[in-house]
Design a protein around this ligand. Structure first.
Ligand code: SF4
Ligand code: MG
Length: 324
């Protein structure tokens, strides 16, 4: 399979009142054509900042370094104008809360049309036709009527469908979806995930799916990277992730999945919190929360090890750790 996105040694820093902080710290991963890659971790682990770095949508105090190769081009070397031709066209994004990314003053149809007219040389009538076709493709009843409605007239689930219609309007090769269903209730969430899977199968687009929800990962993803404190700590295919998770952080995330059919009184949540970027532990970043931490873990940062079918950043899997 061809690789369409290759991220190498991505480092994203922010200038803050307290100095420069590294929010993403040496991240490597790739996405193949037609693949759905899950990016998992608690909030504050750098998932969203990774996606904003790819889209070149960081706030002015942020700066990304490294390589983000998309179809052979390093996006970090493009001018803003060149990047505009990529954004919304070759790569588009779906956010958690469509209300903040849809313009409340314009009708749904006009917004999809504008996304098309920005990138495609078509007439207004053709753009309208495409916009209505997209509303139908995302399962909107009464697509022609919805076309003329404003975002506030729609339910949360319908707005998310509009966002998906807009994101897919120009046939992107990659969609980055950042917690696309988190704000929705469970039934609607399942419908939106079904829709995304169906559209992915039809169009062959790749998806980078950012989520803290391992249930969503199980349903949607082919491969997964687990991020912790700005780094990748585990990478594997989705079956292996659920059958043989290796990193203690991943295992902790698994234990905190609520089991719907069981009445559990409490969840095994991971104790403690993700360290702040300017307060990183000097050894393993997970060590303060890890029940298996050994002396070396507090002293030396583990490398991302290449194991059988896995990548894992943990001293437990390093050879010769006993001597260390
Ligand atoms: Fe836990 Fe040590 Fe592995 Fe870090 S390196 S996850 S502290 S066992
Ligand atoms: Mg986020």
């Amino acid at each position: 399979m061809t690789t369409i996105l290759e991220v190498e040694q991505l480092r994203t820093r922010f200038r803050t009142e307290n100095g420069v902080v590294n929010v993403v710290d040496g991240v490597d991963f790739s996405i193949r054509a037609g693949e759905t890659l899950g990016v998992v971790g608690e909030s504050g682990c750098g998932k969203s900042v990774t996606s904003l770095s790819i889209m070149r949508l960081l706030p002015p105090n942020g700066r990304a370094e490294g390589t983000i190769r998309f179809n052979g081009t390093n996006l970090l070397e493009l001018s803003e104008k060149e990047m505009q031709a990529v954004r919304g066209n070759e790569i588009s994004m779906i956010f958690q809360e469509p209300m903040t990314s849809l313009n409340p003053l314009h009708t749904v149809g006009r917004q999809i049309e504008e996304a098309i007219l920005l990138h495609w040389k078509v007439s207004k009538a053709q753009a309208k036709e495409r916009a209505i076709a997209m509303l139908k493709a995302v399962g909107m009843p009464r697509a022609e009527e919805i076309y003329a409605e404003y975002p506030h007239q729609l339910s949360g689930g319908m707005r998310q469908r509009v966002m998906i219609a807009m994101a897919m309007a120009c046939d992107p090769k990659l969609i980055i979806a950042d917690e696309p269903t988190t704000a929705l209730d469970v039934t609607i969430q399942a419908q939106i995930l079904d829709l995304m899977r169906e559209l992915k199968e039809k169009t062959g687009t790749s998806i980078m799916l950012i989520t803290h929800d391992l249930g969503v990962v199980a349903e949607m993803c082919d491969r997964v990277i687990v991020m912790y404190a700005g780094q990748v700590v585990e990478e594997t295919d989705v079956e292996t992730l659920f059958e043989q998770p290796k990193h203690p952080y991943t295992i902790g995330l698994m234990r905190s999945i609520p089991e719907l059919d069981e009445e559990r009184e409490y969840l095994d949540t991971i104790p403690g919190a993700v360290p702040l970027p300017n307060q990183m532990p000097k050894g393993c970043r997970f060590a303060p929360r890890c029940a298996q931490a050994m002396p070396i873990c507090h002293e030396q940062p583990p490398e991302l090890l290449q194991l059988d079918g896995h990548k894992c950043r943990c001293w437990l899997y390093a050879e010769g750790r006993d001597e260390a």
